[in-house]
Design a protein around this ligand. Structure first.
Ligand SMILES: Cc1cc2nc3c(=O)[nH]c(=O)nc-3n(C[C@H](O)[C@H](O)[C@H](O)COP(=O)(O)OP(=O)(O)OC[C@H]3O[C@@H](n4cnc5c(N)ncnc54)[C@H](O)[C@@H]3O)c2cc1C
Length: 487
């Protein structure tokens, strides 16, 4: 990696201008005001997920009081918000805090190499239409590149798909010219995307069938949080926001704890909710998974919208397997045929950490599957490098905020002690390695081998517990036996 002139240098480079990258910029400006930083974004827009996904009905599946930033109250009436409102919120944050002035768009980071001699990362970037290669250097690299591949969603090869005469679309590649009004639609999948698409498309389609291989737990919650909207009228926005945030965090944590410790009680509760809407038979056939709640991500629907579209027969659920696509629809293993003009493959994402980048430390390439994750953000033997990765059982931003604030504290500690390098080192040979995520979902299992590992004990263990993380990341020390500081 050589360059005729020396590359421009920053204290911090943030990779990604999505929800996390914009938040990271704000944390940095507030907590480390003297630091010079740049945000490198591969796409031409701010927003990441909330700009990329354009399918009908795109919305959050967690509440915005916890998906919103700790420093910017969510003020809209709906707690379960639509994609455009979330995108507006992220853009507004970038503008209000001037983070937008630090973003370099169409800058894809492809490689980063750490030099201990220089105590710096040299970051290699592809930019512009002709993918021109340039370099920048930085002292700390903060990855806010999300968790999935932007180029392509997960699309299994379905037999006979080339015979189908209608249109096949993956939600990650939704195009404005997709016309489904008055047409028969099959949505393949039963995850968050499928349960969002079905009621929305059912508003104008002739009929929408959600075709699933196996059921998922689906819970309905009100789209509007009455307590939140009431508190906002009585209290200053920031106070009301903090109270509702803690209310929702506590509820989410209690629900998760009960799911893990008394799964049968929670199972009964969830299935009872569906049964009230759709009756026992429909619930048993299509909404009763074989696993326990929270062994995979739960699906949230606002105001029973999915169940309402099924009740009015604008939509239906089929639990079966695909034998082959035909010219006019899908032939199922049971022998039944689903006629369709539009097929949506809501079959998921391809997990990808660190934006597909290659990393090397002092000339040695890093294989992240061989690293241990430190405090849910750094990696064993990788210096001055952190990555934002949200919770699997709560809103992403809860962890993103904690991670960014912690990285700022770490950098301030280094500055005040004259350290140039911080490197987590696993010195415990007995530390057993465990999977990074303990979900049985397909998208996790497909990629688990490439992900870093977690250890059995702190600071190498991912507890997926916000309260514990507040205590350790916000109030705990940045020094411990695993973190090596050097000058
Ligand atoms: C449809 C959908 C709905 C979701 N709903 C929720 C929800 O309700 N609640 C929740 O908690 N989570 C949800 N998630 C997870 C969601 O992705 C996070 O909540 C959050 O948006 C992640 O923000 P991020 O900035 O970390 O990542 P992203 O939004 O993925 O943004 C990453 C950014 O980094 C850029 N980038 C990536 N690699 C590079 C590179 N090499 N060089 C330069 N730039 C790069 C990308 O272009 C992108 O702009 C949802 C995800 C999806 C796909």
């Amino acid at each position: 990696m050589s360059s005729p002139t020396s590359p421009e240098h920053f204290d911090v480079i943030i990779v990604g201008a999505g929800l996390s990258g914009i938040g990271a910029g704000v944390h940095l400006q507030r907590n480390c005001p003297g630091k010079r930083y740049a945000v490198l974004e591969a796409r031409a827009e701010i927003g990441g997920t909330w700009d990329l996904f354009r399918y009908p009905g795109i919305r959050s599946d967690s509440d915005m009081y916890t998906l919103g930033y700790i420093f910017k109250p969510w003020k809209e009436a709906k707690a379960i918000a639509d994609g455009p409102s979330i995108l507006k919120y992220v853009r507004e944050t970038a503008r209000e805090h001037g983070v937008d002035r630090h973003i370099r768009f169409n800058h894809r980071v492809v490689r980063a190499a750490w030099s201990t001699t220089d105590a710096a990362w040299t970051v290699e970037i592809e930019s512009g239409k002709d993918s021109q290669r340039t370099q920048l250097t930085c002292h700390f690299l903060l990855m806010c590149s999300g968790y999935y591949n932007y180029t392509e969603g997960y699309s299994p090869q379905f037999r006979g798909s080339d015979r189908f005469k209608g249109r096949i679309v993956h939600p990650q590649k939704w195009a404005p010219d997709i016309d489904y009004a008055g047409k028969r639609v099959v949505v393949i999948g039963s995850g968050a995307t499928a349960v969002t698409l079905v009621p929305e498309m059912a508003k104008t389609a002739a009929h929408v069938t959600m075709l699933q291989r196996s059921p998922t737990y689906v819970i309905s919650l009100p789209a509007r949080d009455r307590i939140a909207n009431g508190l906002r009228k009585l209290l200053p926005a920031k106070v009301a926001y903090a109270m509702v945030r803690w209310k929702n965090v506590s509820f989410g944590m209690l629900f998760f704890w009960l799911s893990r410790h008394t799964p049968n009680v929670i199972k009964k509760l969830i299935l009872g909710g569906v049964r009230r809407e759709l009756g026992a038979d429909y619930t048993n056939r299509h909404f009763t998974p074989s696993y326990n709640p929270w062994d995979q991500r739960l699906c949230l629907v606002p105001d029973n919208d999915l169940f309402a579209s099924i009740k009015t027969q604008r939509a239906s659920v089929v639990t079966d397997q695909i034998e082959t696509f035909t010219e006019h629809g899908i032939q199922l293993k049971s022998g039944a045929e689903l006629p369709a003009e539009v097929i949506v493959t809501a079959t998921g994402l391809n997990l990808q950490l660190l934006g597909g980048m290659q990393l090397a430390v002092d000339g040695v390439p890093i294989d992240f599957s061989k690293t241990l994750n430190y405090k849910g953000m750094m990696f064993s033997s990788v210096p001055n490098f952190a990555s934002v990765f949200g919770y699997t059982n709560a809103s992403w931003t809860l962890k993103a905020d904690l991670t960014c604030a912690y990285v700022c504290r770490l950098m301030n500690y280094m500055d005040s002690h004259g350290y140039r390098q911080c490197t987590p080192r696993n010195r415990d040979p007995q530390q057993s390695e465990q999977p990074f995520i303990d979900f049985s979902s397909g998208y996790v299992q497909r990629s688990i081998a490439q992900l870093p590992k977690q250890g059995a004990r702190a600071p190498w263990r991912l507890y997926q517990n916000y309260v514990l993380d507040v205590l350790t990341l916000r109030f705990g020390k940045v020094t411990d036996e695993a973190m090596e500081f050097s000058k």
